[in-house]
Design a protein around this ligand. Structure first.
Ligand code: NHX
Ligand code: ZN
Length: 685
């Protein structure tokens, strides 16, 4: 919808953004505004010709009394039996009644006549009236009446020009509509053209360079090499090396693939064609392939250059084995064309293709083979240090920061966040600070922003009965107790019973950033997750639907342990994980019915064991657990300090605040603790 509005805006001004590829075309642009203008001009001119010049209309009475009987009329011409045109004798034109004629610039025409006209009903009646009016006249005085046939040129023009123009206008209008919502105006003759945006030296649009890309060190090295290929290819080719044709940027969403590509554009100082995979797709058959062709044609003209295709999975998805008639054909044609084009240009032609995707595994094998996207650059989620750098980049635009804001601390609080998430955190923190009418963005604002992004919106005035609230508190206390006491469980930083997003309460962990997870860690984690339901069952004798998310997590994890990680003795070191993503086992499972049953039973038994373990632990720690639950009911939020006070230090000494972040972590807690208390009083529950 909004795109359509954009369309109209383009139309009105007749301009296009400077970056648009069409503005680089040498051919004259076809602009629908011209059609509209032409129609308007012809209509206007017709209107003016008819009124401004030519004879004036006159009534019969006036004609008879003031002109005919006065003997001023030279002759009358009846045109097409419809219109009587009156010619006044030139010598009489200076009479007063004719002065109205002289206002017109066209004096020559006024002198020649006809100066007046009137419309006649029928020729017979007209002749009769003329005869009667001239009864007293002598034969000499009688006025000549002649009959002429004349084509009306203006009518002809209207019929032959305006109408077809109108038709064309309507047709164009419909056509443009059909060109789809991503049509950028004047699409009619550009359907098969590529929609790539070009960034070259002249367009100073891209101001991103490698300095702006925090983290991603390995990826930067890889991609800088590509920039270097383009800058001085001879260095590589003189040793007989071949310049690669393409590189695939692979990584989860928000990790900066597009940013990296933009940085290449900013750094390489060669033309950069940017396009999204979905730009190739159009409702017309064959358009995608033709756009690929056009893109490569343009690129070859501008070589050396870079083509960047974002979200290439839109076209590059593996072609189905069982052809899905019709639906997939267009995409496959596009992909085939892309493959052909990539083969078609020479290795050293100076065109390098970058493509980004978050799912390299679903891409067609043919795209990934050597000679096409022969190198993959993995762009991973940032680790602690990289997050620190990313925070530094995003904290720069924030004007006023509290002295307690440290990128290291924020990086520690955000495991698993992508670059985009971090950008979101800093922005959200600024908004939260502004909402609180603060002059500075402080640490607490960042922590609130992180909570918001992880957990969703706080819903403080959700109506929760006291019983429910108690269940929630005990459930969360169950998580807290079990995870605190288990050696390998994730360190807990806080528990809350303030509803947030989908959840009525939550236990927040700060997972340790590790590459490998041991079986013990997995089992302890599952035990902690089941602690919630275990507490409900133990202390209330009732279980609730609230454990849905917990059970889902546990089930998936147990299933993965058995069927992917070979962590069950009964199944053995067997994995049914399929990293090829090509879905070799699309029909049914790759194991027998017996194995299926065994997997189910093993999964169930792992979960059961963890649940029993959680219950045992909670029975032993009943006093502490209940104390925690009551405290949680009262305070709504508990931090690791409170837990330590009740449960003692953690068994492995890995208390979250006993590490280096201790001094930064403690400060805000006091602040937060005081906050919910105030809210609690307002809370109707
Ligand atoms: C609900 N959510 O959707 C509420 C808002 C145990 C105190 N009904 O494990 O919030 O209960 O440790 C249909 C039916 C989600 C949809 C039942 C969607 C249940 C989170 C689970 C806390 N913290 N669970 C937790 C929680 C919930 C849920 C559902 C549903 C609870 C628990 C959700
Ligand atoms: Zn839970």
């Amino acid at each position: 919808m909004s795109e359509n509005i954009q369309d109209k805006k383009d139309l009105g001004t007749g301009q296009k953004p400077a970056t648009d590829s069409k503005s680089n075309d040498k051919k004259p642009k076809f602009n629908i505004a011209w059609v509209y203008g032409l129609i308007a001009i012809s209509l206007l001119s017709v209107f003016f010709f008819q009124t401004d010049s030519g004879p004036k209309e006159v009534t019969w009475n006036k004609f008879e009394k003031e002109m005919l009987k006065a003997g001023d009329v030279m002759k009358i011409e009846v045109v097409n039996n419809k219109r009587a045109e009156i010619f006044i004798k030139p010598e009489k034109l200076n009479k007063d009644i004719y002065s109205e004629l002289n206002t017109s610039k066209k004096n020559t025409m006024t002198k020649q006549g006809p100066q007046y006209f009137f419309t006649i009903g029928s020729v017979e009646a007209f002749e009769k009236r003329i005869e009667e009016a001239q009864q007293d006249f002598t034969y000499d005085q009688k006025v000549d009446v002649s009959f002429v046939e004349r084509n009306n040129h203006i009518d002809t023009i209207i019929n032959w020009l305006i109408f077809p123009l109108l038709l064309i206008g309507v047709w164009l209008f419909i056509f443009r509509r059909m060109a789809g919502p991503n049509g950028a105006g004047g699409q009619l003759f550009n359907i098969g053209k590529s929609r790539a945006k070009i960034f070259d030296k002249e367009t100073a649009e891209v101001k991103v360079d490698f300095k702006d890309v925090a983290g991603l060190e390995e990826a930067k090295v890889e991609i800088m090499e590509i920039v270097d290929f383009l800058k001085n290819p001879i260095k590589y080719t003189q040793l007989g090396g071949k310049i690669p044709k393409g590189a695939l940027l692979v990584g989860p969403p928000g990790t900066g693939k597009t940013l990296l590509a933009k940085a290449v554009a900013g750094e390489a100082h060669v033309p950069f064609f940017s396009m999204s995979g979905s730009d190739f797709v159009e409702m017309f058959v064959g358009v995608g392939a033709s756009r690929v062709r056009d893109l490569f044609k343009q690129a070859k003209e501008k070589a050396p250059c870079i083509i960047f295709i974002d979200e290439i999975d839109a076209i590059g998805r593996a072609r189905g084995k069982n052809p899905n008639w019709g639906a997939n054909d267009e995409r496959e044609n596009t992909l085939n064309q892309l493959l052909t084009e990539m083969d078609g240009f020479g290795t050293n032609s100076g065109v390098i293709i970058l493509a980004a995707t978050n799912r390299a595994d679903i891409l067609d094998r043919a795209l990934l083979r050597a000679g096409r996207f022969d190198r993959q650059i993995h762009v991973e989620l940032p680790d602690l240090n990289e997050r620190k750098d990313i925070f530094k980049v995003h904290l720069r635009p924030l004007q006023k920061l509290g002295t307690d804001v440290h990128p290291e601390f924020l990086a520690k609080q955000t495991p698993g966040f992508s670059g985009a998430d971090i950008a979101n955190v800093t922005n959200e923190a600024a908004l939260i600070a502004a909402r609180k009418e603060k002059q500075l963005v402080e640490k607490q604002d960042f922590l609130d922003a992180i909570d918001r992004i992880v957990g969703g919106l706080e819903k403080k005035n959700k109506i929760i009965s006291f019983d429910e609230k108690k269940t929630i508190a005990y459930h969360e206390a169950g998580h807290a107790t079990v995870s605190w006491i288990l050696e390998h469980a994730n360190p807990l930083i806080k528990v809350t019973i303030v509803p947030r997003g989908q959840a009525l309460g939550a236990a927040w962990y700060l997972p340790e950033e590790r590459q490998l997870t041991t079986k013990e860690q997995m089992l302890d984690e599952m035990c902690a997750i089941l602690g919630g339901r275990a507490a409900e069952e133990l202390f209330f004798g009732k279980i609730s639907t609230g454990a849905l998310n917990d059970l889902e997590k546990v089930t998936k994890q147990a299933y993965a342990m058995v069927s992917y990680f070979g962590m069950s003795e009964r199944i053995g070191n067997v994995s049914f994980y399929d990293s090829s993503g090509q879905n070799e086992y699309s029909f049914g499972k790759p194991y027998s019915e017996d194995t299926a049953r065994a997997i189910d039973e093993e999964t169930k038994s792992i979960i059961e064991k963890a649940y029993i373990r959680a219950k045992e632990l909670l029975k032993k720690l009943k006093v502490q657990h209940n104390a925690l639950g009551e405290l949680l009911l009262e305070k709504e939020v508990l931090f690791s300090e409170d837990l330590e006070r009740i449960l003692g230090p953690r068994p492995n000494g890995k208390t979250p605040h006993s590490e280096d972040e201790s001094m930064v972590q403690k400060a805000p807690m006091a602040e937060v603790e005081s906050e919910p208390k105030v809210e609690k009083e307002e809370n109707p529950n």
